[in-house]
Design a protein around this ligand. Structure first.
Ligand SMILES: Cc1ncc(COP(=O)(O)O)c(C=O)c1O
Length: 409
């Protein structure tokens, strides 16, 4: 370092980020991005199956609604109504009624969100004081756990694995933990495991458990529509009594390929939404009105676009699962989501999943998400997202065959 640089460094203020933030490792997909960037730098032909970021375009009628609104309705350029415009909230309430026969009052039982990830993180901030306990599944979608930590809370792991069909055993939660827990996060269809609930039996138990222990249930329903072969995933809110104990978070990101638009919603008991609304009123202004209007178009317009996306994901999953099984890497078709949750190939099972994912991208250019990124109980697995063009899977399988044949270094 030359003296000039040293001098400059001396003048830089040094303040550490909060303990809460430092406690968290770099965000999983940020870490995968670094690996991808390295691979691009080395001029590898990257096949990105890492992040659950839909590659299919947002349907045209939704995009057109946005363009028309932005261009022709300048009044939409102003600050939006933070909890969502009345028409948006009414559309969500109607959607719940039509799809799940659930009654929601658009006035106080529905809110728009800047994506469900935002809503989940803010729900934690709205409810948690330092040291408060939250029940989370392990593995889980990262914000269910990290949102708790960032709010100063303490996640309590409910392991989900093949032995319990990826459904937590509520009876295994010690009574003292259950009694002090404030929130519980659940998510079916599940990310990362792609597990589903066939019926409402588990939710019925959850409602009883929540009542017994005074816990707010937060169900994340982001993959409600990415389901296959006639599987129907139940909404938490369709179960009698659900509104008395919790809320359901939803997203337009996956159903309508609107991940970048940042729009979702939450529905459920008004008591539980009040603190969230209050917190958000201090922090954000809600969703851009033109995007809310486009989301209304998505929810009320033609739905064949959803069926087309689902068909495309399934085609890719079938190609990949059949191909993987042929090359000796055991994989199963899930009933929902655009993911495969796969145990590491047999000859790699001594390797940590992160090391496996690193080696895989270095040697083949294929990016997957290591199971450990979703929690300690995700170790031994990788999550593969079928979010790249169908044509790429043939190539991916050829590279994987060679990689598995060669085995660990
Ligand atoms: C289970 C789950 N919930 C929420 C989200 C985030 O959705 P949004 O784009 O609405 O923030 C994701 C995104 O991958 C997810 O997998």
């Amino acid at each position: 370092m030359n003296t000039n640089e040293e001098e400059k460094k001396k003048n830089v203020v040094r303040v550490e980020a909060s303990r809460k933030l430092r406690q968290l490792p770099p965000y999983l997909f940020g870490a995968i991005d670094v690996l991808k960037r390295d691979a691009y730098r080395k001029k590898l032909d990257v096949i990105d199956l890492g992040m659950g970021n839909p590659d299919l375009p947002t349907p045209k009628h939704i995009v057109e609604r946005l363009c028309d609104t932005v261009l022709n309705h300048p009044n939409t350029h102003r600050y939006p109504q933070a909890k969502g415009m009345p028409k948006f909230r009414k559309t969500v309430a109607d959607w719940y009624q039509k799809r799940y026969a659930v009654d929601l009052n658009p006035e106080n039982e529905v809110m728009s969100l800047v994506g469900s990830k935002e809503g989940i993180a803010h729900m934690c901030m709205a409810y948690l004081d330092p040291g408060d306990t939250v029940l989370v599944t392990n593995p889980c979608y990262p914000v269910h756990r990290d949102g708790v930590i960032l709010a100063g809370g303490v996640p309590y792991d409910m392991p989900i694995n093949e032995d319990n069909n990826f459904i937590p055993k509520l009876e295994d939660v010690p009574t003292d933990v259950a009694n002090r827990a404030k929130l519980m996060f659940l998510n079916y269809p599940n990310n990362p495991t792609a597990a589903v609930l066939e019926d409402t039996a588990f939710f019925e138990k959850v409602i009883e458990f929540a009542r017994d222990h005074n816990i707010i249930v937060c169900h994340d329903f982001a993959y409600s529509d990415i389901t296959y072969d006639g599987h129907r995933s139940p909404s938490f809110l369709e179960v009698p009594g659900a509104k008395d104990v919790g809320v359901e978070f939803h997203s337009l990101s996956k159903t309508y390929n609107m991940a970048g638009w940042r729009v979702g919603f939450v529905g459920g008991g008004s008591e539980f939404l009040k603190p969230l609304e209050k917190l958000k009123s201090y922090l954000d202004y809600g969703v851009f009105t033109a995007i809310q209007l486009s989301a209304i178009k998505a929810l009320t317009g033609p739905q064949d676009c959803v069926a087309e996306s689902v068909k495309e994901y399934r085609k890719r999953q079938i190609k990949l699962v059949e191909g993987l099984n042929k090359i000796g890497w055991e994989a199963k078709l899930p009933k929902a989501t655009m993911y495969l949750w796969i145990r590491l190939p047999e000859n790699f099972r001594d390797m940590p999943s992160l090391e496996f994912a690193e080696l895989l991208i270095e040697e083949t250019g294929i990016a997957v998400a290591p199971g450990i990124g979703f929690g300690a109980y995700g170790e031994g697995y990788v999550r593969v997202a079928v979010v790249t063009n169908f044509q790429r899977f043939h190539d991916a399988l050829l590279r994987l065959r060679e990689f598995i044949r060669k085995g660990p270094p």
